[in-house]
Design a protein around this ligand. Structure first.
Ligand code: MN
Length: 377
């Protein structure tokens, strides 16, 4: 049996941490409900030690009766963890850097001190019976021997999993696989992949980690997150299902709706070419593709549009062929002959080039009417 993967969504923490993004309290609650409805197993709801609205809204999410586990994010500081516990979360993330770059330049500390702080915070959290993820920030640039030592110490302190952070997005699927495999073999602890997308590899690296034995995938809606973002929830869930045969039984038909909501709340565009949920996923213009899809969608679609809440569109434009033109008229109950379609094709192309875009249905009808008039003249 294939292992089930646990999905940890951090749209409300890492997603909101993105430069220029702030969610209103009611938006955070709506997003948490959407994530729960989708089937997300654990929601990282925010950073309790920030206090104020942040802490209040986390408490509200905890009290809203969701099925998902609710996690609070903390530095490896007992006072931070206390704030999380006050919110009533059932899970805490305890974060500290493990790379020498971060230890030396950011923390101005030592490996020994890092281990000590992490162990004390993890033991404190465990003594309050919450689920503990120990986060190795900048794990991907850490000395592997030290990272192994860190993971072993976390496990001994009672941590339930290690969050492996590719903080600067520097991994490839090949290096990811090797590093994760080594931790799995030498430490034997659950591992969450927390991958950033600086080189466009966040989803690929997440899958590589899972292949190597990681048990959890850390994601955000639309990949919202610092700089180029994180691995995208919708990409990881659909790739697991269709490329790896791991069906998590998510309510994927609301992916588009949830994505639109998060994009709007974040003040971000939802590009038409966004993988999985962009409107262009099921838009076909080129003659060969449209003809293929009209015969059987499986020819040019990886899954059905309904599955993610989108609709199929046949676009009439410069690259259209006769079968698409015929089918577009058929949508309006107008049957046109092969010969008419052939005659219309150069007119459609000329119009599309002139306008530098595809045509609206009305424009197509206008071209058709003009053609009929000329023919009968
Ligand atoms: Mn991050």
């Amino acid at each position: 049996m294939k292992p089930k993967v646990t999905i940890v969504d951090t749209t409300l923490r890492d997603g909101e941490q993105t430069a220029g993004v702030v969610f209103a309290n009611k938006e955070k609650i709506r997003i948490a409900k959407y994530l729960d409805e989708l089937g997300v197993h654990q929601i990282e709801a925010g950073i309790p030690v920030m206090g104020g609205d942040e802490k209040e809204v986390i408490q509200e999410i905890v009290q809203s009766g969701l099925k998902a586990s609710i996690m609070g994010w903390n530095r490896a500081v007992i006072a931070d963890v206390k704030q999380s516990l006050e919110c009533g979360v059932d899970a805490v993330a305890i974060s500290i850097s493990t790379s020498d770059i971060h230890i030396k330049y950011k923390l101005k500390s030592t490996r020994e001190e890092v281990l000590d702080k992490m162990v004390r915070a993890a033991e404190f959290a465990k003594s309050h019976n919450v689920y503990v993820s120990v986060n190795a920030e900048d794990a991907s640039r850490s000395d592997m021997d030290f990272l192994i030592q860190f993971a072993k110490a976390a496990k001994k302190a009672g941590a339930d999993r290690l969050r492996f952070c590719d903080t600067v997005g520097m991994l490839t699927p090949f290096t990811t696989y090797e590093k994760i495999k080594r931790i799995v073999e030498e430490v034997g602890i659950d591992i969450e992949m927390h991958m950033h997308n600086d080189f466009g590899l966040a989803t690929a690296n997440t899958l590589a980690g899972i292949k190597a034995g990681a048990t959890h995938a850390g994601v955000t809606v639309l990949g919202l997150g610092e700089r180029a973002g994180n691995a995208a929830l919708e990409e990881v869930v659909m790739a697991l299902k269709y490329l790896e045969g791991i069906d998590l039984n998510f309510k994927t038909d609301i992916f588009r709706e949830v994505s639109e909501y998060v994009a709007q709340a974040a003040g971000r565009q939802l590009p038409s070419w966004k993988a999985i949920v962009g409107t262009n996923m099921f838009a076909h213009e080129s003659g060969i593709h449209a003809d293929g899809v009209l015969k059987n969608p499986v020819a040019y679609e990886a899954f059905t549009p309904e599955e993610v809440g989108l609709t199929r569109q046949i676009i009439i434009g410069k690259h259209s062929g006769t079968s698409a033109i015929k089918s577009k008229f058929a949508e309006y109950g107008i049957v046109i002959s092969d010969e008419e379609a052939k005659d219309l094709l150069p007119r459609v192309r000329a119009a599309a080039v002139e306008l530098k875009r595809s045509l609206f249905d009305k424009e197509l009808v206008f071209i058709y009417e003009k053609y009929k008039k000329e023919k009968s003249a």
